[in-house]
Design a binder for this molecule. Structure first.
Ligand SMILES: C[S@@+](CC[C@H](N)C(=O)[O-])C[C@H]1O[C@@H](n2cnc3c(N)ncnc32)[C@H](O)[C@@H]1O
Length: 257
């Protein structure tokens, strides 16, 4: 007999293609139970039945399960390492750099990559792929309007050069916007591209089970060129990088051998 949550996992998978079994269970359950209790449902089954009738509720569920917080230059010290130590080496070998920001949320991360890269390459020559499973965040990313607090770590020169402020909100400039292409993609279910020089995938792997991470590290490694860099979040060290053909380049940066 399947339990309440196991049945919910199956139903959600059928309805949306999202496999909740690949997300850490205790954490995910806690988030979803707090949502359905707030909405007045007793268990996952009631919650799912209500979702079948109410697209708004399904949307709220999606919003709750995908944790969307982001900011520009998140863990800014790491971005400094990328810019000062890693990019110059990557650019020595290639003039054309292929970049992917995976699980990009509302766009702060790929736009950070674009601004940082503008120190090396004209933005008009840059194309960054940015993907996320959640259409709502992608719509916000394409819009490119942010509250002041997400810009705390943006260097002053870039703030002046690439943002315009109106009523406390900051719009990212069209030239930065044009350098990023946003696309919907489920990392756990869809194929990856290939021959990337840099893949940034931060603050999403922590939500996945060890089994899912194992598969994803191998897929990210296969998607990189030899010598390409995989940049992860600041709680997301890979414990056995060699297993996936990576060597540690710096803390939270892995180089494909
Ligand atoms: C906490 S945000 C991280 C945003 C950004 N990378 C950063 O570090 O600031 C996690 C993002 O992962 C996305 N996500 C969750 N599961 C995903 C999946 N299976 N495939 C693609 N994106 C996923 C969520 O929609 C959310 O936008």
């Amino acid at each position: 007999m399947l339990g309440d949550y196991e049945k919910f996992i199956l139903n959600i998978n059928k309805k949306t293609g999202i496999n909740l079994a690949l997300y850490k269970e205790a954490q995910m359950k806690r988030r979803l139970i707090s949502l359905y209790e707030k909405k007045g449902y007793k268990n996952f089954q009631d919650f799912y039945q209500a979702m079948e009738q109410d697209a708004g509720l399904l949307n709220e569920f999606l919003d709750r399960m995908t944790i969307n917080v982001s900011e520009f230059y998140r863990n800014s010290r790491r971005w400094e390492v990328l810019e000062k130590q890693i990019m110059p080496k990557l650019l020595q070998k290639n003039q054309r750099i292929k970049i992917w920001s995976a699980a990009c949320s509302t766009g702060e991360e790929p736009y950070t990559v674009a601004m940082m890269m503008s120190n090396f390459i004209p933005l008009s020559q840059l194309r960054i792929l940015a993907t996320d499973i959640d259409e709502n965040v992608l719509a916000k990313a394409r819009l490119g309007i942010y509250p002041e607090r997400s810009l705390n770590e943006v260097p002053e020169v870039f703030k002046k050069k690439y943002f315009t402020e109106e009523n406390g909100y900051y719009s990212i400039s069209p030239e930065v916007k044009k350098s990023v292409v946003f696309k919907k993609q489920n990392l756990l279910d869809e194929p990856f591209g290939s021959a990337y020089d840099l893949i940034v995938c931060r603050n999403v792997l922590i939500y996945f089970t060890e089994q899912a991470k194992d598969i994803l590290y191998a897929k990210f490694s296969a998607a990189l060129k030899p010598g390409g860099i995989f940049f992860v979040g600041s709680t997301e060290q890979i414990f056995n990088p060699g297993k996936y053909g990576f060597e540690t380049e710096d803390t939270f940066f892995y180089r494909k051998k």
